[in-house]
Ligand binder design. Structure first.
Ligand SMILES: NC(=O)C1=CN([C@@H]2O[C@H](COP(=O)(O)OP(=O)(O)OC[C@H]3O[C@@H](n4cnc5c(N)ncnc54)[C@H](OP(=O)(O)O)[C@@H]3O)[C@@H](O)[C@H]2O)C=CC1
Ligand SMILES: O=C1CO[C@H](CO)[C@@H](O)[C@@H]1O
Length: 383
């Protein structure tokens, strides 16, 4: 019988729900984990939302004040799924209160914020996991193996693309995501953070970069009430968008490989078009989140005659076997969070990190800061 692990969730919008469901699903997919999450409490500032979450998801209590979570002896681990401006304050406070931390990307507004949370986690000796979920996709792990095992030859260049239309509608609500004070950067923190993590996961450290950013939708409608995720606010008072909608970036990796990373949140006609193309001297691998369980792979030494084949990953790839019995039974986005939850809980049970850590958040945030600096100065920057 697994011991109970008291968990809390702070911020109950989109990600709060997904983290809660991931904890609840852990025993279904990982019955042998030595710890079993118990949903102790949920903190959310929108009136009534915490109580509703407790009712629907089975938390034992609900509060509007996250400080009560830090002081709660029943809580051993906390998910921080509140907006970016709260990551540092809440993350540091939870770690200092001895709570293990599963915190959403980008971990604060700047690399300094991410470093403050990482330092608090290290000082307190708790475990820390970050929401870079795309690297948990079994196909992404399989792509990394191809690269690391040299099956593509020497990697020469990569193209990473994160295009979304979630902010394309002119009536898209002016939420915290578009404000410097509460969101920090725009598409840099929101989407490019994942792209930078994928770049490093697949190809290693980034040595230098040059970036350009743009705002394409300069005004949005203020919402009249509480929002969650990417809401519309038709008819709302217009207000200014304070951070970038688009980033385009050239990358030089420490390995000598070159890269292009582009991210945009206002790409009409693109729904979660997140993916990469990695090219080497003897092959290439392509991944697209919208076909999350597939890879397109080309390898060998026949060059112009070399075919590109579709590989449906199966139980041999990453954590696939915990979800589906055979290849081409599709896994989905929320499953990536169950994998993240598993790695978080396993880190706590074994006292050693599995999966993403706060160090990954610091790396990603440092590269994002360098992109912002390059966009300002017009120069190449070394992160
Ligand atoms: N890994 C991934 O794929 C994804 C990660 N994210 C990350 O998750 C985080 C949350 O994003 P998302 O769920 O989309 O955001 P939402 O806006 O949907 O949810 C955030 C919730 O936190 C609430 N909140 C604000 N202040 C507090 C507070 N002091 N205490 C408790 N709750 C508070 C908000 O209330 P109010 O409306 O009043 O502000 C809102 O209900 C972000 O950091 C984002 O970058 C998001 C989506 C996907
Ligand atoms: O991390 C994220 C992944 O994609 C979302 C859009 O669908 C983003 O808004 C979010 O913050």
């Amino acid at each position: 019988m697994a011991d109970a692990l008291g968990v809390a969730v702070v911020g109950f919008g989109w990600m709060g729900r997904v983290h809660s469901q991931a904890y609840a699903r852990l025993p279904h997919h990982y019955p042998r984990l030595p710890l079993r999450p118990r949903l102790v409490t949920v903190a959310e500032e929108v009136p009534g939302r915490a109580e509703e979450a407790a009712e629907r998801f089975g938390f034992a209590s609900a509060t509007r004040d996250w400080r009560e979570v830090a002081a709660d002896p029943r809580v051993q681990a906390v998910s921080v799924t509140a907006p970016n401006f709260l990551h540092r304050e809440i993350g540091v406070a939870m770690a200092e209160a001895g709570k293990h931390l599963w915190i959403e990307k980008p971990v604060g507004l700047t690399a300094e914020d991410a470093r403050a949370v990482a330092d608090a986690v290290t000082r307190s000796g708790v475990q820390g996991t970050v929401g870079f979920n795309y690297r948990n996709a079994p196909a992404v792990e399989a792509a990394r193996e191809l690269i690391v095992n040299g099956e593509l030859g020497t990697v020469t260049h990569v193209r990473i693309r994160l295009f979304s239309d979630y902010a394309a509608h002119p009536d898209g609500a002016l939420t915290w995501r578009y404000e410097r004070e509460r969101g920090g950067s725009g598409v840099l923190g929101d989407l490019a953070s994942h792209g930078v993590d994928l770049a490093r996961f697949l190809l290693g450290d980034i040595a230098a970069l040059t970036a350009d950013t743009a705002v394409f939708v300069p005004q949005r409608a203020r919402p009249s009430g509480a929002t969650a995720g990417h809401a519309l606010a038709a008819g709302g008072e217009p207000g200014p968008v304070e951070n970038e909608d688009y980033v385009g970036c050239l990358l030089r990796f420490a390995s000598g490989a070159r890269g292009v990373l582009e991210a945009c949140r206002v790409s009409v006609g693109e729904q979660n078009a997140y993916g990469f193309e990695v090219h080497g001297t003897r092959g290439a691998v392509f991944w697209d989140f919208r076909r999350m369980n597939e890879l397109k792979v080309s390898r060998g030494t026949t060059y112009q005659d070399q075919p590109v084949s579709t590989v449906y990953v199966g139980p041999g790839a990453g954590e696939f076997a915990a979800f589906q019995p055979g290849a081409a039974n599709a896994m989905g986005y929320d499953d990536l969070k169950v994998i993240e939850a598993c790695r978080f809980v396993r880190s706590i049970a074994e006292g050693t990190p599995y999966g993403t850590t706060l160090a990954d958040a610091v790396h990603s945030a440092t590269v994002l800061d360098a992109m912002a600096e390059s966009a300002r100065s017009g120069r190449w920057v070394s992160p």
